[in-house]
Design a protein around this ligand. Structure first.
Ligand SMILES: NC(=O)c1ccc[n+]([C@@H]2O[C@H](COP(=O)([O-])OP(=O)(O)OC[C@H]3O[C@@H](n4cnc5c(N)ncnc54)[C@H](O)[C@@H]3O)[C@@H](O)[C@H]2O)c1
Length: 410
């Protein structure tokens, strides 16, 4: 299948690396206001296509089978509107992919779902962590034990690093919040998915309540605010976003009435080697644990040798150190699930169906992220079975995402 990438930044490059392990698709087109040439070069050097650079989304849509929305969050809706227009005007696309988060709030995520449905497009919401091989493997390994003993009752999931690579992520209005919007969506999805009993659909467990808290623990301090201002032109004294978020979502099993819990923790103030994805789960008499900072490979670089290192991120995503004993992940694209999400998506689109995670699922995740923000803002546990709460969430935009988070965070 001919893939067209919209956006040519960090995630487009990561997917290009993943595609070296995927058969049956080639990157044949790119549209991006910046970075298109560098991405074109990478795609060619990795032999996953010989893409042309197009000057509009419509032109790109007319020349590929699948479009991937890899643009910053504020450009989601306008990008999808243009895709839908192109389809109306005759583009013969099979499917459309959208990176997390589907929207900065429920209104935006719902708009994306509606536009795709009106255009008759198959959809795939890219939540890579559900495709991580360790997560899948623990499910397979523990399948018989779970069938005998009963499902998991607690999952804890976290993703943390030292902070994002581009200014727009830090700007709460552009991004839709802070770390909860950016990475909470991963961990909320992992918790829900990992708790779901074998063989049950994605949304089988019914969200019952959420209790969350957010904080600005590092990047609100004067010296770190100054660094953000100097590096990205973002002023957290005026418009701060949270750099720490945690919460517990309780789900009800509709067949047994059992209550189970998923705890999530996310931060942009993780003072260790680099990105860490961690999850563990407890069932009756069994458990699993995933920690992406444990690798069969570690290397040591002394001070003198470190002077020759130019790019710390060549060892690990968001790496913060270039010397000492370092953890190396030789194949991050595979470890974090990008390979398997692409494999599954292209197979699905070829068979004329939605990906394993359709956009309607992305909308449910956005709703839970918004519920977590609302719980933190109101300092209360939210009852997700209450129709009044459901209605409020439809139009809710967190104070932090409106640029009014100072009173909550300081
Ligand atoms: N799954 C993950 O773990 C993961 C990791 C990183 C980013 N992401 C998601 O991917 C998306 C992109 O993030 P990124 O890190 O690549 O950002 P980035 O800032 O590195 O790159 C964004 C790219 O989009 C281009 N762009 C900007 N506005 C555009 C527009 N209106 N139309 C088309 N292209 C436009 C930019 O020129 C740039 O090439 C975000 O939504 C982010 O949440 C997901």
């Amino acid at each position: 299948m001919r893939l067209g990438m919209i956006g040519a930044g960090f995630i487009s490059k990561f997917h290009t690396l993943a595609l070296t392990q995927v058969r049956g698709c080639a990157v044949t087109g790119i549209y991006s206001p910046a970075g298109a040439e560098a991405l074109q070069e990478l795609v060619q050097s990795k032999r996953v296509g010989t893409p042309r650079i197009y000057s509009s989304i419509t032109e790109l849509a007319n020349n590929v089978d699948v479009l991937a929305i890899f643009v910053p969050n504020p450009a989601r809706v306008s990008t999808m509107e243009e895709i839908a227009e192109a389809v109306k005007a005759g583009s013969e696309l099979s499917g459309v992919i959208c990176e997390k988060p589907l929207g900065r709030n429920v209104t935006e995520a719902r708009r994306l779902v509606e536009l795709a449905a009106e255009a008759g497009l198959k959809t795939a919401y890219y939540e890579n962590q559900l495709f991580m091989k360790p997560l899948k493997s623990q499910m397979q390994q523990l399948e018989l034990v779970q069938n005998r003993m009963g499902p998991l009752s607690l999952v804890r999931s976290s993703e943390e690093h030292a902070g994002p690579h581009n200014a727009w992520f830090w700007d709460p209005v552009q991004q839709g919040g802070g770390v909860l919007s950016d990475m909470g969506c991963h961990c909320i999805a992992v918790g829900w998915y990992a708790l779901t009993p074998n063989g049950k659909p994605l949304t089988f467990l019914k969200p019952e309540s959420v209790s969350a808290d957010v904080g600005l623990l590092k990047w609100g301090r004067p010296e770190f605010r100054q660094r953000l201002l100097t590096r990205f032109g973002i002023d957290y004294a005026e418009t701060p976003a949270e750099d720490f978020a945690t919460g517990i979502i309780t789900y009800r099993n509709p067949e047994t009435d059992q209550l189970v819990k998923a705890q999530f923790t996310n931060s942009w103030m993780f003072e260790k080697q680099g990105l860490r994805i961690f999850a563990d789960g407890m069932g009756p008499g069994y458990a699993f644990e995933i920690n992406t900072l444990l690798s069969p490979l570690s290397i040591f670089i002394g001070d003198e040798a470190a002077e020759t290192i130019l790019d710390t991120e060549s060892s690990l995503e968001k790496a913060t150190a270039s010397r000492g004993l370092l953890t190396i992940q030789p194949n991050e694209a595979d470890l974090y699930g990008y390979t398997d999400e692409n494999l599954e998506t292209f197979a699905a689109f070829e068979e004329g169906r939605d990906g394993m995670l359709p956009w309607t699922y992305g909308l449910e995740i956005t709703r839970l992220v918004m519920a977590a923000y609302m719980s933190a803002e109101k300092k209360m546990t939210l009852d997700l079975t209450d129709p009044a709460v459901e209605e409020e969430l439809e139009k809710y935009v967190p104070a932090i995402a409106r640029g009014e988070g100072a009173s909550q965070l300081f």
